[in-house]
Design a protein around this ligand. Structure first.
Ligand SMILES: [Zn+2]
Ligand SMILES: [Zn+2]
Length: 369
């Protein structure tokens, strides 16, 4: 939570070009997990350099306002509806402008582009590229092989998009299977804008693809998300350091969790430590002359956490399903039937998925005070 003064400053100076920092709302925040730094990324965005409606500097400011650590402006290489007004034969222009804007800020800009084809090839983002112009090719296979030559991390975008998949279900095409085999396709969006695709999660797990969540923003983040009281979808990446190199390695190794507000999607090995690190036990003590243990929990993340009792003991005066609000606390009253020296608190995270319809369980050993 940032002080109100920041908001006031932003309102006053937002029309002044020189002023381009400042968190203006409750920002995104997630704890590190053991061994890794947690980077908040949104690696799929558009500007006027393809079919978006804003100049690249707005994307930088939006990320700074919301507490995003890493962005990529992934302009459609082949779809350029503003080309008559904004001709730019150099397809790296959007990246260059964003990079210049972010120069004095704690924001990583990753060079990327969207390879844009009809189904069954579909749309894919190549990030960590070195030259977008070389990805513009007649044959899609050339675009992918040139991305690989540049060392890019490539992921399949909006695989469930009903314009390309009328049933709203992603189908892995022969083209994509061949790209996976060739080491040219490494990830898949399981969350794109507001759409979570369980089938995309299944494909990610079956094909060992990195789980991604992105905004694919074309208009304004504030209009599409903030005005609805929401944050944009992001990919949390668990990197060995807060550097582009470590981020890239982590993406190739699949160390991610996709998050859209209270929805978390990721492999158990990263999702469970993330939830565990997000929740801390502030206090635990028996109510005097009872066998009811009061346990106060704190949620350090910017997402509401929806949880369910997974213990043998029942709660006193509470539904087995409860929410610890983002940045807030919740007190459980556990009927342990006798006074215990130690209790295993076990909760099922109902907003989180490690596979389609599968929720992770998290547990703590509690020693009452
Ligand atoms: Zn697309
Ligand atoms: Zn896009």
């Amino acid at each position: 939570m940032k002080p109100l003064i920041t908001i006031v400053f932003f309102v006053i100076f937002s029309s002044v070009k020189a002023q381009h920092t400042h968190l203006a709302m409750d920002s995104l925040s997630f704890p590190d997990i053991p061994g890794y730094s947690t980077l908040i990324t949104d690696l799929h965005q558009h500007s006027v350099f393809s079919d978006g409606s804003v100049w690249p500097d707005i994307r930088v400011m939006e990320a700074l306002r919301e507490g995003v650590d890493v962005i990529s402006l992934t302009e459609h290489l082949e779809y350029q509806p503003h080309a008559a007004d904004i001709p730019h034969p150099d397809r790296n222009r959007s990246y260059d402008l964003a990079l210049a804007e972010a120069k004095d800020h704690d924001l990583m800009i990753i060079h990327g582009s969207e390879i844009t084809r009809n189904a069954p090839i579909g749309h894919s983002n190549a990030v960590f590229i070195t030259d977008a112009n070389e990805l513009l090719a007649e044959e899609a296979t050339t675009s992918f092989s040139n991305a690989k030559k540049q060392g890019a991390f490539v992921f399949w975008n909006h695989p469930a998009w009903y314009w390309q998949q009328p049933q709203g279900n992603p189908v892995l095409s022969d083209f994509q299977k061949a790209r996976i085999t060739a080491g040219e396709l490494h990830g898949i969006e399981v969350i794109n804008t507001t759409d979570y695709s369980e089938e995309a999660l299944a494909l990610a797990l079956e094909n060992d693809l990195t789980i991604m969540g992105t905004s694919d923003i074309h208009g304004l983040i504030s209009w599409d998300y903030e005005d609805q009281g929401k944050h944009r979808p992001v990919t949390l990446v668990f990197a060995e350091a807060r550097t582009p190199e470590a981020l890239k390695s982590a993406l190739f190794e699949g160390r991610t969790v996709a998050v859209y507000n209270e929805l978390f999607v990721g492999k158990a090995e990263y999702l469970i430590p993330l939830l565990q690190a997000s929740i801390s036990i502030i206090s635990s003590q028996y109510i005097e002359n009872t066998q009811i243990l009061r346990v106060e929990l704190h949620n350090a993340s910017s997402s509401d956490l929806l949880l369910e009792n997974a213990m043998e003991y029942n709660f006193y005066s509470s539904s087995p399903v409860f929410t610890i609000p983002a940045g807030g606390t919740y007190t459980l009253q556990i009927k342990t039937l006798e006074e215990m020296d130690s209790v295993t608190l076990k909760l099922r995270a109902l907003g989180a998925y490690t596979a389609p319809r599968i929720h992770p369980e998290i547990s703590w050993e509690i020693t009452p005070e």
